[in-house]
Design a protein. Structure first.
Length: 300
């Protein structure tokens, strides 16, 4: 336990250093807040970085309109508790304005539409650094990211042309119209996140804990029955005991069957798991390079 505590404190110190470095190098930073455990931990670290002052930059949430209700409820509660400024970018507004076209069909999702809304929100508020809770162990495209990840004037990412980061020296130099995505918890693993949540007694949405829910199975993924998707003829809704390991739109976020109702239970379950955290995300399964393709276009 002593070694675990030391490891977590080292990760915490590194992340707080990156958050403070972002605040010192950029004029108008923000936190991209999804309501998932990683962005919650990132916000907790930002609170510690500037305590006893309030977090000196806003939380930015891209609302697809297909969120779990529990996520939105938790987001609003956290913002109120922390005294943060909340900025919401609306995918529905992007659709209404004709900037994006909603997908149709049985497997339709709004996930890819978030990119336009995110870039418009960054542009309208002139954010020059957007901190996010992505981790290198999550997905192979995210493993390529630097702590300070440059985006060009179109919000695009070039994984083959990134700046070196030696000795924790971060280069935030940019041209007008460009911005950075910053990932303070890049070096954390899923296990690190859960152990830190336990250590710090961080509150989470109820979705992460075992509960009964009406679900259906599509392409081997357990999805929550929702108002935005129709079931196929061979699909059947049934009550299952599940929880979610990762958080996204209700239409694409796969669940796992689980009886883990406490943080200790979840840590034990994660330690024994042999599939990846994002293995149940339908958006990642659209192609072999789905995440990297979206990131190159400006996705988080």
């Amino acid at each position: 336990m002593k070694n675990t505590l030391s490891h977590l404190k080292e990760l915490e110190a590194e992340s707080i250093f990156v958050i403070r470095e972002t605040f010192s190098q950029f004029n108008n930073p923000c936190i991209l807040f999804s309501g998932g455990k990683d962005s919650i931990v990132l916000t907790h670290l930002a609170k510690k970085a500037f305590w006893p002052a309030k977090i000196p930059f806003p939380l930015v949430h891209v609302d697809t309109g297909h969120n779990f209700p529990e996520t939105i409820e938790f987001r609003d509660k956290l913002v109120d508790e922390f005294g943060c400024q909340l900025i919401v970018g609306s995918v529905q507004q992007s659709i209404d304005d004709g900037k994006v076209m909603e997908e149709s069909g049985i497997n339709a999702t709004r996930n890819s539409l978030q990119t336009t809304t995110l870039l418009d929100t960054i542009e309208s508020h002139q954010f020059d650094a957007c901190m996010g809770g992505a981790r290198r162990d999550e997905e192979k495209a995210r493993a390529k990211e630097r702590f300070f990840s440059h985006r060009d004037e179109f919000g695009q990412w070039d994984p083959k042309n990134q700046r070196p980061e030696l000795w924790n020296l971060f280069n935030g130099l940019k041209q007008f119209g460009e911005h950075f995505r910053v990932f303070p918890i890049s070096n954390w693993t899923e296990m690190d996140i859960w152990q830190y949540i336990l250590l710090e007694n961080i509150e989470l949405p109820s979705l992460y804990f075992s509960h009964k829910r009406e679900c259906f199975i599509r392409n081997g993924t357990i999805l929550s029955v929702n108002e935005f998707q129709d079931l196929k003829e061979d699909e059947e809704a049934k009550e299952m005991v599940i929880r979610f390991r990762t958080m996204g739109d209700i239409t694409i976020t796969g669940a796992v069957e689980s009886t883990a109702s406490s943080l200790e239970d979840i840590i034990g379950e994660v330690a024994a798991a042999r599939n990846t955290e994002r293995g149940g995300r339908a958006d990642d399964q659209r192609s072999e390079t789905a995440m990297e393709d979206r990131k190159k276009e400006g996705y988080f």
